[in-house]
Ligand binder design. Structure first.
Ligand SMILES: Nc1ncnc2c1ncn2[C@@H]1O[C@H](COP(=O)(O)OP(=O)(O)OP(=O)(O)O)[C@@H](O)[C@H]1O
Ligand SMILES: [Mg+2]
Length: 416
C-alpha cells in the first residue's frame, strides 16, 4: 500500500469514527427529549390535580363563610328581636357613660322620644334621678344591684320601678346593663289588699265595741230627754241641755264610725259614674250653700260598682268641698271630671273645688280615720271614701286643683 492509500484509509477511519460519535450523540439527544416530554406530560397532571383540589377547598371555604355570616346575621336579628320584645326596659351604658342600647319598652317607660343612642345616660335620665343614681352607683362600685325598688315621678304620676343593674365586663372602660320594670300596678294591688285587711280588722275589732257604746249613749240621751227643763232649777237647765247635745253628737260619731267600720257587702252592677255623681249632687242640694255650682265634665265609662256606696262617696266629697269653700268664704264651684285611660284600663273621676286646698304634707293622712282639721268634723268622710274606692278595687289620692283648691282623684278599674 502506498502512502496515499494509507492516508485515505486513515481519513476513512476518522470519518467513520466521527459519524459514529455523531450518531451516538443524536441518539442520546432523541432519548433525552423523549424522556423530557414524558416527564413533562406527568407533571401537568399533577398541577391540574393540585389546582382542582385548591379550587374545591376555596369553594368549601366560601360556602362555610357564607353559612357563618348567615348564622351571625340570624343571631344578631334574634338578639335584636329579644331586646325589642322585652316587656321590661333594657338600658346598656358603655364606656364614658354613653348609651349603647335602650329598647322600646325602656323608651316607653321613661317617656323618651329622641334617639338615645350615644347620648350621655346622665343627660338622658335627668328627669328620672333615682334611675340615673342607681346606674352611677353600679358604675362606680363595679358591683351588681339586684331588684331595687325605686319611686320615680312621670307626667305627674308616681311610679314604682323594680331595677337590677349589673356591671358590664370586658376590655375598655366599664359599663352597666340596667333592667327595669314598672311595678306600680303590683304595689298598688298590695296596698289595696293591705287596706282591705286593715279595714276588715278594724271593723271586727271595733264594731262590737262601738255598738255597745251607742246603746249606752242612747240610754243617756233618753234619760236626759225625760228631764223636763222647766221642772229644774234654772241653774241646772244648761247642764241638762249640755248632756243632751253631747250625747247626740257622740251618738252621731259612733253611727258614722259604725258605718265606716262595718264590713260592707257591696252589690256590684254596671253603673255610670257621671249619673251617680249627678244624683248625689241633687240629693245634697238642700245641704250645700244656695249658689253652689256642681259641673260634670269629661269622659266616663260604665264601671262595675255599688250605686249606693258610690253615691255616699260623691256625697262625702261634695260636702267636704262645700265646707272647705264656705270656711274660706267662697262660693263653692265644684267640678267632677271624668277621664278614661283604656291603655291602663282605668276610669278616673276627680272632684275639684276652689277652696283653700289641702296642704301637701296632709294629703296622705286626710284619709286616715279620725283625721280632721274642722272643729265639728269626725274625720271619717275621706276614710269612708277610701274604703269605698278600695271595695271597688280602685284607689284614691288627694292633690291640688287648677282653681287652687283640693282635687280628690279616684281611679276605678274598667271592666274589659
Ligand atoms: N275639699 C277639701 N278642701 C280642703 N280640705 C279638705 C277637703 N276635703 C277634706 N279636707 C281636709 O281633710 C280633713 C278630713 O276630711 P274628712 O271628710 O275625712 O273629715 P271631716 O270632713 O273633717 O269630718 P267628717 O267626718 O264630718 O267628714 C278635713 O278636716 C279637711 O281638713
Ligand atoms: Mg268630711
Amino acid at each position: 500500500m502506498t502512502q496515499t492509500g494509507y492516508a485515505l484509509l486513515g481519513l476513512t477511519v476518522m470519518v467513520a469514527v466521527l459519524v459514529a460519535v455523531l450518531t451516538f450523540a443524536l441518539l442520546r439527544f432523541v432519548a433525552a427529549a423523549r424522556s423530557a416530554r414524558r416527564s413533562l406530560r406527568g407533571g401537568g397532571a399533577e398541577a391540574v390535580l393540585l389546582s382542582a383540589a385548591l379550587d374545591e377547598a376555596v369553594t368549601r371555604l366560601k360556602t362555610q363563610e357564607r353559612a357563618m355570616s348567615a348564622r351571625a346575621v340570624a343571631s344578631e336579628q334574634l338578639s335584636e328581636q329579644i331586646v325589642d320584645s322585652l316587656t321590661a326596659g333594657l338600658l346598656v351604658v358603655g364606656g364614658g357613660g354613653r348609651v349603647k342600647i335602650l329598647n322600646p319598652a325602656g323608651r316607653r317607660l321613661l317617656g323618651i322620644e329622641t334617639d338615645p343612642i350615644d347620648a350621655d345616660y346622665r343627660t338622658l335620665l335627668a328627669r328620672v334621678p333615682p334611675l340615673r343614681d342607681v346606674i352611677a352607683e353600679c358604675l362606680t362600685g363595679h358591683r351588681p344591684i339586684v331588684r331595687r325598688s325605686l319611686q320615680v315621678s312621670r307626667t305627674g304620676r308616681s311610679l314604682h320601678f323594680g331595677v337590677t343593674v349589673s356591671p358590664l365586663g370586658g376590655s375598655g372602660e366599664a359599663g352597666a346593663i340596667c333592667l327595669f320594670s314598672d311595678l306600680t300596678a303590683v304595689i298598688e294591688l298590695e296596698e289595696q289588699l293591705r287596706l282591705k285587711e286593715a279595714l276588715a280588722r278594724l271593723g271586727e275589732l271595733t264594731a262590737g265595741l262601738a255598738h255597745e257604746f251607742r246603746n249606752g249613749l242612747a240610754t243617756i240621751h233618753g234619760y236626759s230627754r225625760l228631764l223636763v227643763p222647766d221642772a229644774l232649777p234654772p241653774a241646772y237647765r244648761p247642764y241638762v241641755e249640755g248632756i243632751r247635745l253631747e250625747a247626740e253628737a257622740l251618738g252621731q260619731v259612733v253611727t258614722n264610725f259604725l258605718s265606716f267600720a262595718r264590713p260592707e257587702k257591696p252589690s256590684f252592677a254596671p253603673v255610670a259614674p257621671a249619673a251617680v255623681a249627678r244624683r248625689a249632687a241633687d240629693e245634697l242640694r238642700h245641704e250645700l250653700p244656695a249658689e253652689t255650682e256642681v259641673m260634670i265634665v269629661g269622659d266616663f265609662v260604665e264601671i262595675e260598682g255599688d250605686e249606693v256606696l258610690l253615691r255616699q262617696m260623691f256625697g262625702n266629697l261634695l260636702r267636704n268641698a262645700a265646707e272647705a269653700c264656705a270656711a274660706a268664704g267662697r262660693t263653692p264651684a265644684i267640678v267632677i271630671a271624668g277621664r278614661v285611660d283604656r291603655a291602663r284600663g282605668v276610669c278616673t273621676v276627680t272632684v275639684s273645688d276652689n277652696g283653700p286646698g289641702i296642704p301637701a304634707a296632709d294629703r296622705e293622712r286626710v284619709f286616715q280615720p279620725f283625721y280632721t282639721a274642722r272643729s265639728g268634723g269626725t274625720g271619717l268622710g275621706l276614710a269612708v271614701v277610701q274604703k269605698i274606692a278600695v271595695l271597688h278595687n280602685g284607689r284614691v289620692a288627694a292633690g291640688p286643683s287648677p282653681a287652687g283648691g283640693a282635687a280628690i282623684e279616684i281611679a276605678f278599674p274598667i271592666t274589659p
